[in-house]
Design a protein around this ligand. Structure first.
Ligand SMILES: Cc1cc2nc3c(=O)[nH]c(=O)nc-3n(C[C@H](O)[C@H](O)[C@H](O)COP(=O)(O)OP(=O)(O)OC[C@H]3O[C@@H](n4cnc5c(N)ncnc54)[C@H](O)[C@@H]3O)c2cc1C
Length: 248
């Protein structure tokens, strides 16, 4: 069964202009599957000091059944790492128009939110990354997928070959990534991600591709990989992590 916990901020680290890494305590009932482990965060409504939490047995039904004015805002994020009852989430900051981004910018030790994620005995880990044994890996992501891709890169064997294309809002967001020996990372600032993939001289053979970013960008990259390069669209992961102009 999923775990639904109230998590308390114990540390906030501003990594770069657009990223903040927040450590939460209180997640003992949760066990991340690693990689791109997705979770839901629940934010208190204005006037509440903590979010209402849904029942774990039917968390979605229970969340939907809450009154409109008290139902917590729910957003999707990635567990960047877990250490016992503590988990880290990296938030890509994009201003205060988004409740999650605004919450993260203002978060400080003692702030609370709810998290819905895999319970300690839960077999269902909600992971999209499923590479098999490809000859090489391709990772393409914008700021929102940097946490997932960084987390996956940490698990690659030392002799794995990977090409990584990342787009971030600010030159100051470029960072060292935990990379296996044969990993090449290409950064783009603000734009140019799909163009960089299109122009790349990639190794021969079809890799496993993990592509996660703004939805239109993902469609663009998918079209290139499947049409121009002839890859099998069903053999890879293409995830729209957010949609320009729409709240989650
Ligand atoms: C499986 C999965 C895992 C994810 N993991 C992470 C993660 O670990 N870290 C992370 O930061 N995000 C992650 N995201 C993306 C995150 O869920 C969205 O960015 C979400 O919209 C943020 O919520 P919000 O309340 O800040 O903005 P919303 O209220 O959803 O949106 C408000 C406005 O902001 C725009 N917007 C949303 N995100 C961005 C952005 N990054 N840049 C510019 N404009 C934006 C929307 O289009 C909308 O116009 C993940 C998404 C998925 C599906």
């Amino acid at each position: 069964m999923v775990a639904v916990v109230e998590a308390t901020v114990v540390a906030v680290e501003k990594l770069s202009p657009s990223f903040v890494r927040i450590t939460f305590a209180g997640c003992a009932g949760m066990r991340s599957g690693g990689y791109d482990q997705r979770i839901k965060i629940l934010l208190a409504r204005p006037g509440q000091d903590r979010p209402l939490l849904p029942e774990p047995t039917d968390w979605y039904g229970s969340w939907c059944a809450m009154p409109d004015d008290t139902r917590p805002v729910m957003r999707t994020f990635t567990i960047r790492s877990q250490d016992g009852d503590r988990i880290d989430i990296e938030f890509a900051l994009h201003g205060d128009a988004g409740p999650a981004s605004a919450w993260a910018r203002a978060a400080q030790p003692g702030s609370v939110l709810g998290i819905i994620g895999p319970g300690v005995d839960d077999e269902v880990k909600a992971l999209a990354y499923a590479p098999g044994e490809p000859p090489w890996h391709l990772f393409v992501g914008d700021d929102t997928a940097v946490p997932a891709i960084a987390s996956i890169l940490e698990t690659l064997p030392a002799d794995a070959s990977a090409h990584v294309f990342l787009q971030v809002p600010d030159a100051g967001d470029v960072r060292e990534l935990p990379c296996a020996g044969k990993t090449q990372v290409t950064w783009r600032i603000k734009s140019g991600l799909a163009e960089a993939v299109r122009a790349a001289e990639l190794p021969v053979g079809e890799p496993y591709a993990f592509v996660a970013a703004e939805s239109a960008l993902v469609r663009d990259v998918k079209k290139h990989l499947c049409t121009d390069r002839g890859w099998d669209g069903k053999a890879h992961y293409f995830g729209g992590y957010w949609k320009a102009g729409q709240t989650e």
